[in-house]
Design a protein around this ligand. Structure first.
Ligand code: SF4
Length: 341
C-alpha cells in the first residue's frame, strides 16, 4: 500500500528552479508496507539537470540513419527521408492531442491524461482499433518545437502526464521535442503507451526518461501474431520488452489521490476464440514479471479494419469469454486488475 505523505510542487510556480538544482518535486512516498520512503520526480528532470538528456537524444536520433529502432530492423535511412515498415521518415506524424478521460483511472485522475497520438505504427495489426490513424495515417508531420508545444499545452490544461500513444517508431522525435519542453518547464511524468513490439536496446535509451510504461501484450502464439501483425516473433520481443520496462520502473505506484506516479501498466485485449492466448500471457505476467503487475484486461474488441474478412476475429467477444479471461488472470495470481466485470 503506497501513501503520499507530502507534496510540494515548486516547478509549476517557478520554472526557473529547473536550472538551480534545487528540489523540483518533493514528493515523498511512504511505502507503508515496507516502511521505506521513496523520493519521486519525473525522471527526465534529473537526467536534464545532470546534462545527460541531450546525449540520449543524440543516441536515439543516430538510430534513424539505418533504422533499427524496433524489431522490424528495416535499416532504412530515415534521416534522409527513407521509410520502412512504419512508413514514417524523419518527422513524427501526429494525429491528435487531447486530455483523455478514457484511459486507465490512475492515468486519468481528475484532469485527464495528456494524450499525443502518433500516426502509423510498427505493428499495423489487421484488426487495429484505430485503423484510420495507424493504417491510413491521418495526421500532420510535426517539428520538435511543435511537439514540445503540445506537451506544454497539455500540462497547462492540468493533465497529470504526457501519454505518447504508439511511440515506438518515433522515439527520437519524442526526445527531440522533450528536451525543448523541459527547457520551458515541462514537469509531469511521461507515459510510453506501446503495442509492445519494442527493441530492448531502444528502451535502454529511455531508462530514466519515462516513468510509466504501458505496453500491450497482444499475442502468445506465433501463428496468430504472424497472421494479424506479420510479427511471428511478437511474443519473444514483447516479453523481453516488458521485462526491461519492469526493470526500469517496477510495479505501478499510485499516490493517495489515485494518480500514477511511476511503474508498469500492462494492457491485454481479450480476443474472440482466444486467439490472444490470454491464459498464457497472464501466467507469464504473474510468474516472470510480478504478481503485483497492474493489468488492464480489456473487453472492448470489435472488428475493425480487415477483421471482418477473417472468421477467427470477425465478431465481438462474448461475456463468457471475458469472464474466463478474468478468471485466468486471477488464477495466475494477478490481483491488480483494471477489468470491469
Ligand atoms: S521504426 Fe520503422 S523503419 Fe525503424 S525498424 Fe521499426 S518499422 Fe522499421
Amino acid at each position: 500500500m503506497i501513501k503520499v505523505v507530502h507534496v510540494k510542487d515548486k516547478l509549476r510556480e517557478d520554472k526557473q528552479s529547473l536550472f538551480t538544482g534545487s528540489s523540483l518535486y518533493d514528493i515523498r512516498i511512504e511505502n507503508s508496507l515496507k516502511g521505506k520512503t521513496v523520493m519521486a520526480e519525473p525522471s527526465y528532470l534529473k537526467l536534464y539537470r545532470e546534462g545527460k538528456l541531450q546525449e540520449r537524444v543524440d543516441r536515439a536520433v543516430g538510430l534513424l540513419k539505418s533504422c533499427v529502432l524496433c524489431p522490424r530492423d528495416c535499416r532504412v535511412d530515415r534521416l534522409a527521408g527513407e521509410t520502412g515498415y512504419c512508413r514514417t521518415g524523419r518527422k513524427a506524424i501526429v494525429a491528435s492531442l487531447h486530455a483523455h478521460f478514457g484511459e486507465e483511472a490512475p492515468l486519468v485522475g481528475t484532469d485527464g491524461s495528456g494524450t499525443i497520438f502518433f500516426s502509423s505504427c510498427n505493428l499495423l495489426c489487421t484488426f487495429c482499433q484505430n485503423f484510420d490513424i495507424s493504417h491510413l495515417m491521418e495526421g500532420h508531420e510535426t517539428e520538435p518545437e511543435n511537439l514540445a508545444a503540445m506537451m506544454l499545452s497539455l500540462q497547462r490544461r492540468g493533465c497529470h502526464n504526457i501519454n505518447f500513444v504508439t511511440p515506438t517508431h518515433v522515439v527520437p522525435q519524442i526526445l527531440e521535442g522533450l528536451i525543448l519542453a523541459v527547457e520551458h518547464g515541462l514537469s509531469v511524468p511521461l507515459v510510453y503507451n506501446t503495442g509492445g513490439y519494442d527493441r530492448v536496446d531502444t528502451l535502454k535509451i529511455l531508462d530514466g526518461i519515462f516513468d510509466i510504461y504501458m505496453p500491450d501484450f497482444k499475442f502468445w502464439d506465433e501463428k496468430w501474431a504472424d497472421r494479424f501483425c506479420h510479427a511471428p516473433d511478437y511474443r519473444k520481443q514483447a516479453a523481453s520488452a516488458i521485462k526491461e520496462m519492469q526493470r526500469q520502473v517496477g510495479d505501478l505506484v499510485i499516490d493517495k489521490s489515485g494518480v500514477a506516479v511511476k511503474g508498469l501498466i500492462v494492457r491485454h485485449l481479450v480476443m474472440p476464440n482466444d486467439v490472444a492466448n490470454t491464459g498464457k500471457i497472464m501466467t507469464f505476467l504473474a510468474e516472470k514479471i510480478s504478481k503485483d503487475t497492474y493489468v488492464n484486461v480489456m473487453d472492448q474488441y470489435h472488428p475493425c479494419g480487415k477483421a471482418m474478412g477473417d472468421q477467427n476475429i470477425n465478431r465481438r467477444i462474448t461475456r463468457s469469454e471475458f469472464a474466463v479471461a478474468v478468471h485466468w488472470a486471477k488464477d495466475a495470481g494477478l490481483h491488480r486488475l483494471d477489468a470491469w466485470f
